[in-house]
Design a protein. Structure first.
Length: 166
């Protein structure tokens, strides 16, 4: 019976030593969550995304989630791939849950090595196009866009931020 507690203690010490040797991922932003985004603001966001996408000849899906990651609005432009609906949702939810743009995770994967651990985080789609939405110093939700390259997705997501004054 005394072997089991020793094995648990040894496992803990080993995992602690291993963690101390690997660099820590970027720390999350300290912005608190606030009240969820309104439908009117979600519509403003989607309109800004659509305008930027149309200007560039891209066909996008936009999803806006509230501060708890729940869908407020999803809009698929005519001719946008229906396969882009789920990635837009996952980008928005990941940006809200982890309080950071999803490009951060894309950049981590590009580094390789231990940064590849990000691929095991539940709720993370490590592709640019997800942006947290902030008002009065609090996260009110996030936008996720999909339909183009990751750079194009991020470009139209940033149009949402500009439209909301972020």
């Amino acid at each position: 019976m005394t072997i089991r507690p020793l094995m648990i203690a040894a496992g803990f010490l080993l995992s602690t030593a291993t963690c101390a040797q690997t660099p820590a991922p970027a720390s999350p932003t300290t912005l608190p969550y606030g009240p969820g985004i309104s439908l009117a603001d979600a519509r403003t966001c989607a309109a800004a995304v659509a305008a930027e996408a149309t200007k560039n000849g891209w066909f996008m899906v936009t999803t806006v989630v509230d501060s708890g990651g729940h869908v407020v609005l999803t809009e698929r432009m005519d001719n946008a791939m229906f396969g882009s609906v789920q990635p837009a949702l996952e980008k928005a939810q990941g940006a809200a849950a982890f309080r950071r743009p999803t490009k951060v995770f894309e950049d981590m994967i590009a580094q390789g090595g231990v940064a590849m651990r990000v691929m095991t985080l539940p709720g993370v789609l490590p592709i640019a196009g997800g942006q947290p939405l902030v008002r009065d110093g609090k996260i009110i939700g996030a936008v996720g866009t999909s339909g183009g390259s990751s750079a194009q997705d991020d470009e139209v997501a940033l149009a949402c931020l500009r439209a909301l004054g972020n």
